[in-house]
Design a protein around this ligand. Structure first.
Ligand SMILES: NC(=O)c1ccc[n+]([C@@H]2O[C@H](COP(=O)([O-])OP(=O)(O)OC[C@H]3O[C@@H](n4cnc5c(N)ncnc54)[C@H](O)[C@@H]3O)[C@@H](O)[C@H]2O)c1
Length: 435
């Protein structure tokens, strides 16, 4: 039977390589569509945890995972040889930056080397990891074709960017359209046929390069617009205007404007990183991606600006950061998630500690963090005495679970980077609000 038929009747064996924020929800989505799914990860602890039916990704329901394992619809392995028996393999490994802020595609390379050992005719390979335009054709295709199998003839190769938004309760994998581009038209058709089983709409584009660029446009658009909102916040502080009021009023325009809000800086595995993949690629073509560079400068300066606001507030109370008790509220990079990767809260905390602050933090989603090489345990909850004793409270993440009225009532000095405190008060300094 050909690959399309076994996908259509759910007999195709699906494999997902990399079982993190992207891979695990995707694997469970394929189980819901009726497939049997094998997850492959190099992290032995993750594999063991999953095979015991235990979940570690917030966007996956514990029950769904347990049911999938108990019904033998999902299993995990560290053994790449399972690929021999798989029909469709989807790669969801990390694509970080190296120390020089250049793309680190080593995780993709090592996954491809393993696939190459076990690739067989009538198989579909899809790369989902965010990467620069050209990766699928220039990096992945030659390696897999060195096996004598021909793309579009013996096996199929596509790129399909992941658009998952962790913590988003409205949009998930199933109701977010999926962009996909194949190396050949029939690669695209087979890829479309697979993803149609789990998403409401597949947007088939003409090439993997187009699909790779779509993802980078989406995330560069966000990085640049957040950069603009951050710069407007600083402008408003200088002009004595409230940026939050400006943005809310501008957002009443029903066309030609999209609301972005300022904040303490960019975080997560995508927005601070992905635009660098694009600017790196353009540098190899002697082109300087100026918007990306400028947005990067503004966004990475925000943690320093937040510390300046803390310093100004303490100064007003005849205090300095050195020796002061400061509580950071929220260390996850955005609301209602437990992910601290690239979180600007960590930058702010490092700067405060370096300036001699006596630092603590509270985050209902994050029990502890690593700061300057040591573990720092969070405050499990905020009490009146804890807030009273602090010289400053810095709101970094606006989780829904946090009682900001309580913080406003009991904090001596509050630096609010998220517009979480609605009452205006002399003890509150808000990012983007001039005195
Ligand atoms: N997290 C997001 O919100 C998000 C959204 C869209 C796209 N993406 C992109 O998806 C990709 C994956 O991101 P993530 O957030 O899921 O990462 P993650 O760190 O949460 O998970 C990656 C997993 O891959 C495993 N892994 C690493 N190398 C491997 C290898 N060679 N073989 C098998 N497993 C390996 C790791 O152990 C880990 O479990 C990245 O390219 C990212 O840019 C992420």
């Amino acid at each position: 039977m050909n690959l399309k038929n076994i996908i259509d009747n759910r007999e195709a064996q699906i494999g997902v390589i990399g079982l993190g924020y992207v891979g695990l929800p995707l694997a469970i989505e394929f189980v819901h569509a009726g497939f049997t799914v094998t997850g492959i990860d190099i992290d032995e602890l993750r594999v063991k945890t999953l095979n015991e039916g235990n979940n570690y990704i917030q966007d996956v329901s514990d029950k769904h995972l347990r049911d999938a394992v108990e019904n033998n619809k999902f299993s995990a392995s560290t053994e790449f040889s399972v690929i021999k028996n798989l029909d469709c393999v989807i790669i969801c490994v990390p694509t970080p930056l190296n120390k020089q802020k250049n793309p680190d595609v080593s995780f993709i390379n090592s996954a491809i080397k393993e696939i190459k050992k076990y690739i067989h005719p009538n198989m579909l390979v899809v790369l989902e990891s965010t990467t620069y335009p050209g990766t699928t054709r220039e990096l992945v295709a030659p390696e897999l074709e060195s096996t004598d199998l021909k793309i579009g003839q013996d096996f199929y190769l596509c790129f399909s960017p992941e658009r998952i938004d962790p913590g988003n309760t409205v949009y998930n994998t199933a109701n977010t359209p999926k962009v996909l581009g194949g190396i050949t038209p029939n690669c695209g058709k087979i890829g479309e046929c697979l993803y149609e089983t789990i998403v409401s709409k597949v947007v088939l584009v003409s090439s993997p390069e187009t699909a790779e660029m779509v993802k980078l446009l989406e995330n560069t658009f966000r990085a640049i617009n957040i950069g603009l909102a951050n710069e407007v916040a600083i402008m408003c502080e200088k002009l004595g205007i409230d940026v939050w009021e400006v943005i809310d009023a501008a957002a009443t325009k029903p066309f030609g404007y999209m609301k972005f809000t300022p904040g303490p800086g960019l975080g997560g595995h995508c927005i601070p990183i992905d635009p660098h993949y694009l600017s790196w690629k353009l540098k190899t073509l002697d082109y300087n991606a100026r918007f990306i560079q400028l947005a990067g400068e503004i966004n990475t300066s925000m943690p320093f600006h937040v510390v300046d606001l803390v310093r100004a507030g303490l100064n007003r109370n005849q205090k300095s950061i050195s020796g002061c008790k400061i509580i950071v509220i929220g260390v996850a990079y955005k609301k209602n998630v437990n992910d601290v990767r690239e979180s600007p809260a960590l930058d702010v905390m490092r700067l405060l500690v370096n300036d001699g602050a006596e630092l603590s933090f509270h985050d209902p989603f994050v029990p502890n963090i690593k700061l300057n090489g040591s573990q720092l345990d969070g405050l499990s909850h905020l009490t009146e005495p804890i807030l009273n004793e602090a010289d400053a409270v810095v709101i970094m993440t606006d989780h829904d679970q946090i009682d900001f009225d309580f913080i406003e009532q009991h904090g001596n000095l509050i630096i609010d980077t998220r517009n979480s405190i609605k009452k205006s008060s002399a003890s509150v300094i808000k990012l983007g609000v001039g005195n």
